[in-house]
Design a protein around this ligand. Structure first.
Ligand code: COA
Length: 252
């Protein structure tokens, strides 16, 4: 059931991984691609984007999380028109911006291993410039609960293109909506599922609890035995949480 197709957005080819037709749209994390959601596409359905400059999508000049949100909103309009928007880490920042800037496309949010602010350890950014392998090993050590096949696959992906990982993490480092949630400027009024890996050291559970405390119609699930890469580390558990949320939200 897993397939691929391309869209044209402003003359650029944007690649989409797709499964059973379902109005959920997934956004990957820094330096990754749609393949990160393979288990969800297979088990739950929906659409996952290769952001510009990632996976099989074309190059585009990207200067902010807002630029990614523009591409995602256009991709949603061309695939399912409106969707529950699911994002991991950088993708979760993009999902928040899709909701805020293109509300007509977003019927719900799934915020996975992400935050309202995503500051990055300065040593990771610095090492990505000068000693990328060292930085990548540090990210993986903080982002996986255990080493294994998925760990090696992600490592390989990052090593292929450390520059794009650096660009993405630099954009995360500038992303900051914390005050806007705190002072009520941001009021999320769509159903929101928050998923966090209990052992996540890149975006700790504290970030997920912040969302829970500031988004009225939200539920938080903390997954044991998983870190930042929870959708890869505990795919069956993840899919059952997501599936039951979607059954409730999409049937309304
Ligand atoms: N949700 C809720 N609270 C948050 C938050 C979020 N998304 N982001 C930061 N905060 C809180 C912090 O916990 C801290 O609270 P405290 O003062 O009570 O401890 C405060 O806001 C300031 O934190 P921060 O903006 O992160 O600055 P810092 O100078 O304290 O720490 C880092 C900077 C980089 C050390 C820290 O952000 C970190 O360890 N980040 C995780 C590692 C990483 O690189 N992750 C990559 C994410 S893509």
């Amino acid at each position: 059931m897993v397939g691929r197709f391309s869209l044209r957005i402003d003359g650029r080819e944007i690649s989409i991984l797709s499964g059973e037709k379902r109005d959920i749209f997934y956004i990957h994390s820094s330096g990754s691609d749609a393949g990160q959601w393979e288990y969800q596409i297979e088990g739950v359905g929906g659409y996952a984007i290769d952001l510009p400059n990632h996976g099989r999508s074309d190059y585009a000049e990207i200067n902010s999380i807002d630029d990614y949100a523009y591409y995602v909103s256009q991709a949603i309009k061309q695939t399912c028109n409106r969707a529950v928007v699911a994002g991991h880490s950088l993708g979760g920042a993009v999902a928040q911006k899709v909701y805020l800037d293109y509300p007509e496309t977003c019927t719900g949010l799934v915020l996975v291993g992400t935050g309202a602010r995503l500051r990055v350890l300065p040593e990771i950014l610095e090492n990505l410039r000068t000693a990328p392998e060292k930085a990548i090993d540090r990210i993986l050590e903080m982002g996986f609960y255990r080493k294994g096949l998925e760990y090696e696959r992600v490592r390989e992906k990052y090593l292929k293109n450390p520059d794009i990982l650096l660009l993405d993490l630099s954009l995360c480092d500038k992303f900051d909506l914390l005050e806007d949630y705190r002072n009520g400027k941001i009021e999320v009024d769509v159903p929101t599922l928050i998923i966090a890996g209990k052992e996540d050291r890149l975006t700790p559970v504290k970030y997920a609890e912040f969302f829970k405390n500031h988004i009225p119609n939200s539920e938080l699930v903390v997954v044991e035995g998983a870190s930042h890469m929870v959708m890869l580390e505990k795919p069956e558990k993840f899919n059952s949480i997501l599936d039951s949320f979607l059954n409730r939200v999409l049937s309304r």
